[in-house]
Design a protein around this ligand. Structure first.
Ligand SMILES: *Cc1c(COP(=O)(O)O)cnc(C)c1O
Length: 428
């Protein structure tokens, strides 16, 4: 007898028609059915509870189903749901521009909307390439960091240095050159190399994840080295594209990672926590100078890029509500608490024989295990299962375990995450 859909589990019904992201279905056929989320908690279809230790890929920083955000978006929904953004404008987009400009690095002046993190970097790349084109210069190369990640569309993939994602497409990429992230020992070498390389005058832009490379397993680099690179590139007219899709909106302990740097970006890419995990949206912001390179009587000098859902009023409203929350004492205190709890936890475990090293910036905490393993190898899967069994959602990457919890995570919930990591150290 055929089971009715209601009796069959989500994980079984899923297998018939669904193709999941970043998944080899033959190796990993089983998806866990999730039924509900609230605050820092996720609930699966059997009612088991998990602390969302990575804020569902760094999005739900104010907690899942945040009542303030839900209220604002549901009010907006009944007022204006969607409208074309070419030729029209609306209150949520205008207000968002006014509010966001107040906290962005003070050279940022214009906002260009798109749909997600990849499109925000794609637009940033196109802005940089066309900026020089509009000025009659032939700059056809982009500079990026090794092991950077900027998304999955073609431009974004081209500048990403993580080959696990890029293999079959590499022949179709735009031209990109890479430099290593700065350390105290290699920074002078990088600067010497760049001085020489810049003589060719064909680099349009430099795209970088400031201070923390998320997909490279929360690899961190110091602000001093990055600042030297940025200053040199800026002096040579290379546009600086800060990909803050992951680092934006308080995660590093400041509003943006760029706030730790002296040299401000020409272009910034934002998404993920921008809309607090409620609906997708991307933003590419830029300086007046970048905008003015497109401002002309000549139609062809405009930026001819646009998505159907550009500046969707509901997404803008979610972003506005999130921005408001970010600036409340409650959220700022939450951030400071998590920073301190991480520091205490770090004191406890950094000497553990299985821990090779630890690092932290703001609420982002990562540790490398002192074992060799593949990015998605067996031990990684055992760790993942261990965490889920303990009611903690973490996604180890290779030999790195990292935490990036919602700002509303309670001390008890954080202790559950730390406890699961401590017991995991006895597994490896
Ligand atoms: C996630 C991420 C992207 C891509 O964003 P999507 O919304 O997944 O397309 C780009 N850059 C960085 C730094 C990211 O973390």
């Amino acid at each position: 007898m055929r089971k009715t859909e209601a009796l069959e589990k989500l994980s079984d019904r899923d297998k018939k028609h669904l193709w999941h992201p970043l998944t080899q279905h033959k190796v990993s056929p089983d998806m866990l059915g999730m039924a509900k989320a609230e605050g820092a908690l996720l609930f699966d279809e059997d009612g088991k509870e998990y602390v969302d230790g990575i804020a569902s890929w760094y999005t739900c920083m104010y907690g899942h189903c945040n009542p303030h955000i839900l209220k604002k978006v549901s009010e907006q929904m009944q007022q204006l749901d969607q409208v074309v953004f070419s030729g029209f404008t609306h209150e949520p987009a205008v207000r968002l521009s006014e509010e966001l400009i107040k906290i962005l690095p003070n050279n940022q002046q214009k906002l260009f909307f798109s749909d997600n993190g990849s499109t925000s970097t794609e637009v940033g790349i196109k802005m940089a390439l066309q900026y020089h084109h509009n000025k009659g210069k032939k700059c056809n190369v982009l500079l990026a960091f090794e092991e950077g990640f900027h998304g999955d569309t073609f431009g974004a993939m081209s500048v990403s240095g993580l080959s696990v994602y890029n293999g079959p497409f590499e022949d179709f990429f735009i031209e990109v050159e890479r430099i290593p992230v700065p350390t105290e020992t290699n920074i002078n070498q990088i600067l010497v190399f760049l001085e020489r390389r810049l003589e060719q005058k064909n680099i349009a832009g430099f795209i970088y994840e400031p201070l923390v490379q998320g997909a490279a397993a929360m690899k961190m680099h110091n602000a001093t080295g990055l600042d030297k690179i940025l200053a040199l590139l800026k002096e040579h007219g290379v546009l600086l594209i800060a990909d803050e899709v992951m680092t934006g909106f308080g995660k590093t302990g400041k509003f943006f990672a760029s706030d730790y740097l002296e040299t401000k970006p020409d272009i910034m890419c934002l998404s993920k926590a921008l809309t607090a995990g409620l609906v997708p949206m991307g933003l590419t912001t830029c300086t007046e100078e970048v905008f003015m390179a497109f401002y002309s009587d000549d139609m062809a000098k405009g930026l001819f890029h646009g998505h159907t859902y550009t500046a969707n009023p509901l997404a803008c409203t979610a972003a506005l509500a999130a921005l408001k929350l970010l600036q409340t004492d409650e959220i700022q205190t939450g951030i400071q608490n998590i920073i301190q709890w991480h520091q205490k936890f770090d004191e406890e475990i950094k000497q553990h024989p299985k821990v090779a090293n630890t690092r932290q910036l703001g609420v982002i905490y990562a540790l490398d295990l002192d074992v060799k393993m593949e990015r998605y190898g067996n031990l990684r899967n055992r760790l993942f299962k261990h965490f889920m069994d303990q009611g903690v959602f973490l996604r180890p990457l290779g030999h790195t375990i990292y935490i990036l919890p919602p700002y509303v995570t309670t001390e008890t919930q954080m202790q559950r995450i730390y406890g699961a990591i401590k017991s995991a150290l006895e597994l490896v």
